[in-house]
Design a protein. Structure first.
Length: 310
């Protein structure tokens, strides 16, 4: 698969700029952040898996979000903390391509899962009498399979287009490996990569955004006309949390990808937004959903008490 790539030429990532006297504090901070991300996401996964009252479409869809977050965090943090402590920013092309694949897989997975969750909330709030019929186990399974199949197939094609070429440069302009940075190492005709990248960007950014806008407009309309104050408050709180999580991911990802196509874009801002995509969603998603979703919060407390005291 990698025969046409310059596997003998090691690649160099952008320097982290960590002063010598800050190396070990930065290493400890990065390691603790990763361990917290892993613990919190595994806690959400385990709680949903063992709590029968959470075996509902909303939480089964939510179950996929920590999986995606763990993929992204694991693709980013271990190599980052290793680079901090060794001050070595060298990476082999296969390892770089693998990191880029899993990072893009994570970002796309999050967008698709959040879109599916928005659709679920739309059906629950706007069509409550039809909810069990529409969100049947069969439909739910089809949605989940579609999310991961679409995610994998699009990323597979994206990186198959990339590894056709031989790298003629070695300096990666970002703090981690990603497709736009790797494409910049190619000296051949990359028009096919660019066309597919633009089409994928429009589909993966525009599609979920349109679905979110439509579903939340309908949810807002239903909340305005309903006479049940408690139901309206609960719906707005749940959807507001979901919307914040989606917009943070959408804005950061869009800016990071688009900035690679403009020469005048600030490299510092591009790297800052790019890193924030890999830090904040995996760190905040389990905390936000764990605290804001009452059923999940109560189940987490019960799960922790049962395992701590037993």
């Amino acid at each position: 698969m990698f025969e046409n790539s310059s596997l003998q030429n090691l690649l160099t990532l952008e320097t982290l700029g960590v002063p010598p006297n800050h190396i070990y504090p930065a290493f400890i901070f990065g390691t603790l952040t990763y361990l917290i991300i892993v613990f919190c996401n595994l806690l959400v996964l385990t709680t949903i898996a063992v709590s029968k009252k959470l075996h509902k479409p909303m939480f089964i869809l939510l179950f996929n979000l920590p999986i995606s977050d763990l993929v992204g965090a694991t693709a980013f943090f271990p190599h980052l903390v290793f680079s901090i402590v060794t001050q070595n920013r060298i990476v082999s092309p296969p390892a770089c391509i693998a990191q880029a694949f899993f990072i893009h897989f994570y970002g796309t997975g999050n967008l698709l899962v959040l879109t599916a969750m928005a659709y679920d909330r739309y059906i629950a709030i706007c069509c409550p009498l039809k909810y069990n019929t529409i969100m049947s186990p069969y439909t739910l399974m089809r949605i989940i399979v579609l999310i991961w199949f679409l995610n994998f197939s699009m990323m597979f094609v994206l990186f198959m287009l990339l590894i056709r070429f031989k790298f003629c440069r070695t300096n990666i302009v970002d703090l981690y490996c990603n497709n736009p940075s790797l494409v910049k190492l190619i000296c051949g005709d990359i028009s096919g990569n660019n066309y597919y990248g633009i089409a994928g960007l429009i589909f993966l950014m525009g599609g979920p955004l349109l679905i979110i806008m439509y579903t939340y407009a309908q949810i807002l309309r239903t909340c305005v006309i309903t006479n049940h104050t408690d139901a309206r408050k609960k719906a707005i709180q749940t959807c507001g949390t979901h919307l914040v999580v989606f917009l943070v991911l959408q804005i950061n990802t869009t800016f990071t990808l688009i900035s690679h196509r403009f020469q005048n874009a600030s490299p510092f801002l591009r790297r800052a937004f790019g890193v924030s995509v890999l830090i904040f969603p995996p760190f905040l998603d389990p905390i936000i959903y764990g605290l804001k979703t009452r059923e999940l919060r109560e189940s987490i407390i019960v799960f922790l008490k049962r395992n701590i005291y037993n």
